[in-house]
Design a protein around this ligand. Structure first.
Ligand code: AMP
Length: 416
């Protein structure tokens, strides 16, 4: 167990907090979604209550070690300030330059300072000024950041799978460190689901590609009682069993692997549920999220898809089949939509299963949804508030489900 915020003394201290403010911006550099900022409020509020001086560190986008003005964190302080009802200082420029260091040194108890984008420095991502991997450069940068505060709080779950200066590097240069409330919540839900799940434990995996989720499936096959596969991923599995998949998105180079995973699931006695019917179309304008007016949209009678048609959602028989597993599950982990849910006509499978997952949760199951698209899908179904935990880190939660160590978590000290 890692130390969490309440395990360390932050009272009246200068506290460095790594947060995930990698928010989407429009062409006018306006924040279009502030959920990542809102997610950090509990930790910040607790630190304010403890009379700490708070130095926030974050990154935005991929500036690749250069000062890219459009990727400045400048739009963030006003939004954070609005959500918090308290002013937030920002000096911009460079996160470890004279002005930033002075602002940090002058910061008083109960005040908040946000440093400029950490990734303007190549050292944040473990590189030197020439762009080469350089651990010493990363450590040097981590030390500079650490020198601005006394203790460190890690609350940027979305970057925990990266070994960066502000994730893995900084911890050894501060007096004490701990996971913030957001990271603590992620570890509690994802960790408990994998280590100590109430059973039956069901995984629902969807999305575009099998290749993205092979390691997740392999790891989960050792843990779950049942696994539902939907989305385009399902067609690679179906084709590997000789089922016709028409023009559906299939990864032909993964057919052998899909067959192997199906075999493994039998050996491990995991119920591996694939769609038994589909919504199909001969044309879809995925880019514009539209179905052209001359497109033919049909429901298949069975698992087979005729030539010239592609599967875009699970059909009604599949919804029925999957619903039994969802209703009886006591732990549900979901990553990836079950169809092209962005197009309303093809969102029914995802929406119906999301509603069932919410109903199961109402009756006591623990449900954890991760990955940007799955979160959007659960919102589209209007049930996001009824899911036990919505993970904030797409890549990080996938790596967690793969059973990989997350460097940002590993670096944190253990509870005594
Ligand atoms: P991922 O990022 O791997 O979770 O994939 C999410 C994307 O998969 C979404 O944009 C979905 O539209 C897409 N997707 C889901 N089902 C299908 C399908 N049957 N055919 C094509 N794309 C799909």
């Amino acid at each position: 167990m890692k130390k969490t915020l309440k395990d360390i003394d932050v009272r009246g201290k200068k506290v460095l907090v790594r947060v995930d403010y990698n928010v989407p911006l429009d062409a006018n550099l306006k924040i279009t979604n502030d959920k990542r900022i809102a997610a950090t409020l509990p930790t910040i509020q607790y630190l304010l209550d403890e009379n700490a001086a708070i130095i926030l560190m974050a990154h935005l986008g991929r500036p690749k070690g250069k000062n890219v003005p459009e990727l400045s964190l400048e739009p963030v302080p006003a939004r954070l300030s609005g959500l918090l009802g308290k002013s937030v200082k920002f000096v911009g420029g460079d996160c470890i330059d004279r002005q930033s260091k002075k602002a940090a040194a002058d910061l008083k108890s109960g005040e908040i300072l946000l440093l400029e984008n950490l990734r303007f420095h190549p050292e944040e991502e473990g590189k030197n000024a020439s762009g080469e991997k350089d651990k010493a450069a990363m450590d040097g940068f981590a030390k500079e950041l650490a020198s601005m505060g006394e203790v460190f709080v890690q609350d940027a779950f979305g970057t925990m799978h990266r070994s960066h200066a502000s994730t893995a590097g900084i911890v050894k240069y501060v007096k004490d460190a701990a996971a913030g409330f957001l990271v603590e919540k992620e570890l509690k839900f994802l960790g408990e689901a994998l280590e100590n799940p109430a059973r039956p434990f069901l995984a629902i995996l969807g999305g575009a590609k099998v290749s993205d989720k092979i390691n997740v499936i392999e790891n989960l096959l050792n843990k779950v009682d049942a696994i539902i596969i939907g989305g385009a991923m399902a067609y690679t599995f179906l084709k590997s069993q000789g089922v016709n998949t028409g023009t559906s998105l299939v990864e032909d180079d993964k057919l052998g692997l899909a067959a192997e995973l199906l075999k493994k699931s039998k050996e491990k006695k995991v119920d591996f549920l694939l769609p038994v019917d589909h919504i199909i179309t001969d044309k879809a304008d995925f880019a514009n999220k539209r179905v052209p007016c001359d497109a033919v949209v049909e429901t298949t009678g069975g698992a087979s898809i005729s030539e010239k048609f592609m599967g875009v959602d699970i059909g009604p028989k599949s919804i029925k089949k999957f619903s039994e597993a969802v209703k009886s599950a006591k732990t549900i982990v979901w990553n990836g939509p079950l169809g092209v849910f962005e197009i309303d006509e093809f969102s029914k499978g995802t929406v119906e299963i999301a509603k069932l997952a919410a109903e199961a949760t109402d009756k006591g199951a623990i449900s954890v949804v991760g990955g940007g698209d799955s979160v959007a899908a659960v919102k589209k179904a209007g049930v996001d508030k009824r899911i036990s935990h919505i993970s904030t880190g797409g890549g990080a939660s996938l790596e967690f489900l793969e059973g990989k160590e997350l460097p940002g978590i590993t670096a944190l000290p253990d509870k005594k």
